[in-house]
Design a protein around this ligand. Structure first.
Ligand SMILES: [Zn+2]
Length: 330
């Protein structure tokens, strides 16, 4: 019997609450005494619900979900693939060995559009099951109707989690009257705050999402063709945890983010296109930090946005070499 554990990650896609974020991150899970990347070791099979909600038939749901899976599968630098196993009346939260996408009525979760959870093999870290629920307390559409959330967009985000991706911090928000945040723009489907109802902007993957899925499931030639930027962020000589580091490629305008994730303040952003990049470091200020880090992490927020004062060249098949970045308090 496989020892497994069910983990409910803080990866609910928020309707309007700001949840903080990283540039793309992979989930690390403790397994066999070490931390391993959460990923599928074989093609995941998924079931879709036969339940319906107003405005979304079972066929609509299956179609929207299939398009979202196909969008991730179409990333040319990634090998991820998924297999539809069939339809089911099982609930998406039962730990029954079957990955299920479906609806749950959770009016108590009044800021959670959808969420993904996992069952993992705690000895290897391999994913065994991942369920996605969409909160039927909200209004849904598969046709981009006004005032309804776009099921395909939200599914695309949740399937990113299903595949092992965490949140990205590449988004801008503004505070709303009465609390929460509104998204102005997001350079990642994995940004933790959804576009408003009626928007279908979340149906398209961005460079950050593509780098993230490539990092977890690279094709065999990726290591020879793409590169990375690594470095270390300090403030007053001390390492900074939770700094958001963004690599901008001026040749195509793409942005890929990463975070300093350890006590040394070091970061590494992989799956970048070779060539010159502009690197920016900023505090996590467009979402709540616990969308990205554990609640107990001492994430540094008190520093000014800064650009590295030289162009960082990503070598083909290699790393930039450690980039030292000293930030300054606000
Ligand atoms: Zn999420």
């Amino acid at each position: 019997m496989i020892r497994s554990t069910s983990i409910a990650l803080v990866c609910a896609l928020s309707a309007w609450q700001a949840q903080p974020a990283f540039a793309y991150i992979k989930f690390g899970v403790p397994a066999g005494g070490r931390t391993v990347t959460l990923k599928w070791s074989q093609t995941p099979r998924y079931f879709v619900t036969t339940d319906t909600v107003p405005g979304v038939s079972a066929a609509d749901f299956q179609g929207a979900v299939a398009r979202a899976f196909a969008t991730w599968e179409a990333v040319p630098t990634s090998t991820i693939a998924y297999q539809l196993a069939g339809t089911t009346s099982a609930r998406p939260t039962e730990d029954d060995g079957s990955s299920v996408l479906g609806f749950l009525d959770r009016p108590d979760l009044d800021r959670v559009l959808a969420a993904t959870d996992f069952v993992i093999d705690v000895t290897t870290g391999a994913l065994i099951e991942s369920d996605i629920f969409f909160n039927s307390a909200f209004q849904w559409s598969t046709a981009g109707e006004a005032s309804r959330f776009d099921l395909q967009s939200i599914a695309l985000h949740e399937i990113g989690h299903f595949s092992g991706l965490g949140h990205s911090a590449l988004g801008e928000t503004e505070l709303r009257e009465g609390g929460g945040r509104r998204v102005i723009a997001a350079q990642a489907v994995m940004f933790p705050i959804a576009y408003a109802a009626g928007s279908t902007e979340g149906r398209t993957l961005k460079a950050d999402d593509i780098a993230g899925i490539t990092d977890i499931y690279p094709t065999s030639d990726v290591n020879a063709t793409l590169g990375s930027i690594s470095g270390r962020v300090t403030k007053d000589g001390q390492p900074v945890l939770g700094a958001h580091v963004v690599a901008f490629d001026p040749s195509d305008g793409s942005m890929v983010g990463g975070f300093t994730l350890n006590n040394q303040g070091s970061f590494s952003i992989g799956s970048l296109s070779p060539g010159p990049h502009i690197v920016r470091v900023e505090p996590l200020d467009d979402a709540d930090t616990d969308s990205f880090f554990s609640a107990t992490a001492r994430v540094e927020l008190n520093f000014r946005v800064m650009f590295v004062d030289r162009v960082i060249v990503v070598p083909r098949g290699g790393d930039s070499g450690s980039v030292a970045i000293a930030v300054i308090g606000k």
